[in-house]
Ligand binder design. Sequence first.
Ligand code: PLP
Length: 431
Amino acid sequence: MATLSEQYFELSKQFIPGGVNSPVRAFGQVGGTPIFMARAEGALLYDVDGNRYIDYIGSWGPMILGHAYDPVLDAIRAALPHSTSFGAPTVREYQLAELVCSMVPGVERVRMVNSGTEACMSAIRVARGATGRTKVIKFAGNYHGHGDSFLIKAGSGATTLGIPTSPGIPPAVAADTLIARYNDLADVERLFAAHGPDIAALIVEPVAGNMGCIPPLPGFLEGLRGLCTRHGAVLIFDEVMTGFRLAPGGAAELYGITPDLVTLGKILGAGLPVGAYGGRADLMAHVAPEGPVYQAGTLSGNPLAMAAGLALLKTLKESHEIYTSLARKTEHLHTQLAAVLQPTGWPYRINRVGSMISVHFTDTEVLDYDTAQQQDVPRFNRLFHHCLSKGVYLPPSAYESWFVSDAHTETHLELTVEAFRSFVDTELAYA
Ligand code: PLP
């Protein structure tokens, strides 16, 4: 008898490409049928078949304080009767912008958009418009949304000119994206030496989260700051994932490095569709209508989304203890998982920054895309399905960071460790 998730997936595939509205949801990387969710509360997800899961994706980041967080729901309820959109300025837009400027280092002006993708596309346009240059440096394995300039990975070497990862990207666009190796300053220097006067911007995930969690090596972000300043390129921190997660001011605050532009999303909208880009006032002055760089949006600054973001960010700004507690919890999870994995003799690496964590089954340090690719993906896929069967919902890909939220309790963490323990037992039984 097919589960309801299986039945809904079959129906969805008849009307939606691949049955999902964002590819990783389809479980393509881990195999099996995606689970259709019915509701969520705190750290728990409930599916349409009545199963319950401890959630480690948190809607891919926004749910830092857990699902259905009361102040967010109350704020949306309060805004709802006044209409869902005006297409005209509203008070909450400047209030959220002011809050963002007060929290994120280097952000003097900010423009709201509807997704992280839009934020990154727009930030690059501003950098190009302001510098009059065309090329952009990105790192292999960093994800900045699905804009044409970003869906480029390294060719045969990690340092060649861009080759599109997806059909549909004109070669001329791809040629303007230069690919560097994450955590490798010499590689970036080489690109600046070869293309310096043409490089408008360098965009980086200051803590990478899209090839598992990979922290920047000491000196890496400082080095990028120095190179961009020296070559007159705009340094863009893509903090769509790390913004408001690693500290109220994101990775820029955590590592004490101020970029020229920052892109934001996820937590900013508390689960409603919001992104933003912001930074130095002189750079943001290029954005229309103040300047000539065009960027617009029918639903940008949506009143429900602004209300939700305001409620969440206010809480985060006022309580540094949340970050201490999140880091402590995630460290505890790390220690416990390591205690389960250590005796197996399996190669593994656990990377962690704040409430971002991931387990890679590999014996090399995971520092960049190449080393992330050396992991034992089939073992991760078995882990994923085992955990799912035990009520623990990990990201359905070996290349994603897991997120711990304020709503995860000690019991949730213990149950997660227990799921790992029984996974190990099962693997060893079949070894
Ligand atoms: N930048 C980073 C670092 C991300 O992790 C993501 C999404 O996961 C994006 C940009 C794109 O954001 P969105 O999915 O909201 O378009």
